[in-house]
Design a protein around this ligand. Sequence first.
Ligand code: UTP
Length: 643
Amino acid sequence: MNTFELFVPGRVCLFGEHSDWAGGHRRTNSAVVPGVVIISGTNQGMYARCRKHPGELVVRSTLPDGTVTETFRVPMTLDRLQREAEAGGFFSYAAGVAAYMLDFFGVDGLEIDNYKTTLPVKKGLSSSAAFCVLVARAFNQAYQLGLTTRAEIEAAYQGEIATPSRCGRMDQGCAYGQIPVMMAFDGDRISVTPLRPGGDFHLLVADLCGKKDTVRILSDLNAAFPFAKSPRDAEVHRCLGEENQRILVQARAAVESGDAAGLGTLMTEAQAVFDRHLMPVCEELKSPRLHAVLADPQVAAWVYGGKGVGSQGDGCVQFICKSAAARGELEAYLQGRYGMPCFELDIKRPASIRKAVIPVAGLGTRMFPYTKAVPKTFLPVVTPDGVAKPVIQVIIEEALSAGVEEVALVIQPEDEPRFRAYFQTEVRAETLAKLPPALKLEAERLSAIGKRLTFIPQHEAKGFGHAVLLAEKWVGNEAFLLLLGDHLFRSAETRSVARQVVDRFQAFGDSQSVVGIYEETLARVKHYGTVTGEWVEDDTLQLHRFFEKPTEDEAQTYLAVARHGRSLFFCVNGVYALRPALFGLLRQQAASAGNEEIQLTPALEALRQEEGVKGLVVCGAHFDTGIPAIYAETVGKFVGEVR
Ligand code: UTP
């Protein structure tokens, strides 16, 4: 039976606490303003291995301190699951969600081994909601129910409220993972909008080690609903209504534009508004420890702003720090001065390049007759750690090292069984048993790669550009990484070569495509795509021209680039971070190509004219594997120091 891995984070409420249940009062009073919150998944969470189980729900959990619980087992029948849910305790959550999944989707049993938990419990991070989402998702995946994240949230919520524990409706937002999510609450209706952060935010959450009585806070604030009966009640309505909406609109804009300073200032403002309107209503909200830390002038040096967390009171405080380094200093200070345990929360700008395309459908004529037997991308190389791999695997690993999530290989259709056999078929048990531990890990690595692969057939070898164009539908309207199917890279810095190109693409705000380039001798430019341009940074050219395989004369006349007082030549190295406008240009080229091959260089030149393209001189080397003599050289060089 197939086992699969899951990770579900906890969540922190960044803005809008209490407006979730307040918005629920619109059921009875339509004058109440809808609630809105921004939450974010935490770095910490619950890890599990899951698989189907015939007839039973079997759960084992590892607590944050490493203690492993006894195994919980219950037959998959509605009455038994419901009884377990009502009984309360940690496993009641799993039973509650399982009862819902059985009732609505007719699933059978499940085995969940929650083998690691890094989420502190009972710290307002919704560890119970994370567990419920984990169980809902495990059923969804095991039984291929095709539920959306929103539907998983519903299952998790229904499961949790079947237990004696009470949870808010925002808690299950952790189902969206480690990203900020905006949730709106209008009576019983909830809408969820995942946000795309425009930059990195470094948050620190500290446990105030004080006391807070959440039940008291909720009951005092709820007394003002559904209808305000006094001016003080009206203040509560205004704070959780109009004022909250106003701040949330600005907070969303700050998240999406990557404005950390603005977001910090808004946190400080949100706390001031909260204090002004709500503190008089509930003694618990005076929270002396929270206010002492927020007012500490030492703290101000490291942060843009901060506020309480969750129901507020002296539970936890959160800060938007000025940098990762400032966060480190703040953490040390809070621990030393106040004895407060802290944990970090990163909100990261998502990778703008999520997909990579690697065309490997060429005829490989230069490697004939080997290519009559096997595609050249299956030629072996030995990596510096002494492992023998086909070229294609090393290239896919290069793509994944750049942070992409999925890789499409453009292949000759008849090669598909070979690719599937290598990447998507389990190693024979007999072989696996004989492998040393390091190579067993390689087997796991292969199967992880296999899950990220898509195969796109190219029925006729109509050129590199044609192969790229075939990936248009799969890529969609987003930037992508393109790698040649016969070039390997060795970086001379900590980031891989592909990562350097992707990082530079992002550093310019995704505004222009970036191609990896390297210095080449005049004698060899005739073999390669060559570029010229003007330096906009020490290592980056704003390209003025792409020229496919120039003669020496052409190169000298048109393509020389001055650098550090010398006249040099730069060629593309086969790593491209490309904006999707390239596809339209390839299509135009295809329309007028007739039977000619469609090459990439003319489309790149058109893209350059239309949007501009930059060339990054990468820090590292590349190795060709598509020409016999050079392949022979590559094999020796790529392994580096032979062990
Ligand atoms: P090459 O220019 O090296 O062509 O392709 P090739 O066919 O592999 O090799 P030769 O020239 O016949 O010896 C560059 C990359 O584009 C792919 C190749 O597989 C290689 O990874 N490609 C090329 C395609 O996927 N389809 C094509 O029609 C042409």
